[in-house]
Design a protein around this ligand. Structure first.
Ligand code: ATP
Ligand code: MG
Length: 415
């Protein structure tokens, strides 16, 4: 069986071979290709050390991505290709990183350091598949199994614990018994892994087609990774039922922790500000039943993207029926197409109008916000006269009490 490889990949293998170096495609692309899934990137490995690779690809653009670890990126045509020297990892120092890496001329040795049998295969157009650990059998049976002794492999690098869960969630493969037992036993070693890596793997697990199965079975491992207890048996099917969008799946996983608990986990994971905010919005508003008459107000509070997410979220949580969600979506579409007021910029009065009534400093913003609340709640039309009248009334109240009340979070009874 010969696989059709992208021209740049075939070319890179040929050039390395012509210079006398063994070279293969390896890892995820072999796994995906063997399953009939189009690989999203093609990793090449070779007996050439980085300095030798530079000679082979002289005249091409190269990027020194990780020369210390044996990786050179070569741009052939428009394709950036990652080419890595066959490696053997030295002892692992901190539960994550090998003390040293040594280059080797043996593809088998390179494959033996890889995490799972299905990821430990290489392919060459003339040689076919190099598969010393039974990766093809495991792929056919659909099993995630460590290369070598699981305790040793998870002991070397605890990130592999979450990688096993991620591949299982993505491919729908159960984890082989010994590998499963070891990763559950060793889950506390995840404390050795950087928060960013934990976040990336957790996201991959949550977004998998088979996330619900993995969370049902291995939720305790993810709890150890997130350093938080979560009632996974109830939560797992809800996560799996969500559309495959990160804020929705994360919010489903963290909803039982409430806003403060979810915030603590997200901060701990150092996720982006936007992901944190989008996720927390869903956790905070999870019990809201979104009705058409509240829509304009919610659009103001949440923004379009988060409000659409909330509609999807509520539907999966069973708080909105299919029909109610459809009606709510249509109502939202209509508001947006009519350019219905939901931002301060759309309000028919602005700061200087309110300042002309004698408002100063913070009062100006508070009055404008109060007007926007009333407009989005349908209590006032977005017309200049009506808004100025209400602004003047609010100014009077401020003068009377001389101390304005604080803006309440519900945003309805402001001032
Ligand atoms: P994806 O489709 O998610 O990219 P992948 O299998 O390509 O899957 P990568 O993280 O890109 O995964 O890693 C490429 C290859 O490197 C893996 O297939 C595996 O052979 C090896 N590998 C990556 N991380 C580890 C690790 N922590 N321990 C051992 N081998 C690893
Ligand atoms: Mg990859």
């Amino acid at each position: 069986m010969e696989w059709k490889l992208p021209a740049a990949v075939a070319e890179a293998l040929r050039r390395l071979n012509d210079a006398g170096y063994a070279a293969y495609i390896v890892g995820g692309c072999v796994r995906d290709r063997a399953m009939g899934i189009p690989p999203h990137d093609w990793d090449i490995c070779t007996a050439a050390a980085p300095d030798d690779m530079k000679k082979v690809f002289q005249g091409e653009r190269t990027i020194e991505t990780g020369v210390r670890h044996g990786t050179l990126t070569v741009v052939l045509g428009d394709e950036p290709l990652e080419i890595t020297a066959f490696r053997r990892d030295g002892d692992y120092r901190d539960g994550r990183h090998p003390e040293s890496v040594r280059f080797t001329s043996s593809i088998e040795e390179d494959l033996s350091r890889r995490d799972f049998t299905v990821n430990a295969m290489a392919y060459h157009p003339e040689e076919g598949i190099v598969d010393p650990f039974g990766g093809m059998d495991d792929l056919k049976r659909g099993i995630i199994r460590c290369v070598g002794a699981p305790e040793k492999r998870f002991g070397e690098d605890a990130l592999r614990i979450l990688r096993a869960l991620r591949f299982s969630a993505r491919l729908g493969f159960p984890i082989e018994e010994n590998t499963a037992r070891a990763l559950v036993t060793m889950k506390n070693r995840l404390s050795l892994i950087s928060r960013e890596r934990i976040a990336a793997e957790t996201e991959g697990i949550l977004l998998g087609d088979h996330a619900a199965d993995v969370l049902t079975q291995y939720g305790g491992v993810l709890s150890a990774a997130l350093e938080t207890e979560i009632p996974w048996s109830a939560v797992a099917p809800i996560v799996g039922g969500m559309p495959k969008k990160l804020p929705l799946r994360l919010a489903a996983a963290l909803a039982s922790l409430g806003t403060d608990g979810a915030e603590k986990v997200l901060r701990g994971l150092k996720v982006s500000r936007k992901l944190e905010e989008d996720t927390l919005t869903l956790v905070t508003w999870q019990d809201t039943v979104v009705t058409p008459d509240a829509m304009q107000y919610l659009l103001m509070r949440l923004g379009e993207e988060n409000l659409r997410n909330l509609l999807d979220f509520s539907k999966v949580l069973g708080k909105l029926t299919e029909e109610a969600e459809k009606a709510a979506s249509e109502c939202l579409d209509k508001l947006l197409s009519e350019n219905a007021c939901h931002t301060l910029a759309q309000l028919a009065v602005h700061g200087d109008d309110v300042a002309a009534l004698g408002a100063k400093g913070r009062e100006i913003g508070e009055i404008l916000q109060a007007l926007l609340n009333r407009v989005t709640l349908g209590k006032l039309p977005n017309q200049k006269d009506a808004l100025l009248r209400e602004a003047a009334r609010l100014m009077n109240e401020i003068k009377k009490t001389s101390k304005p009340q604080k803006h309440k979070t519900e945003g309805i009874e402001i001032l």
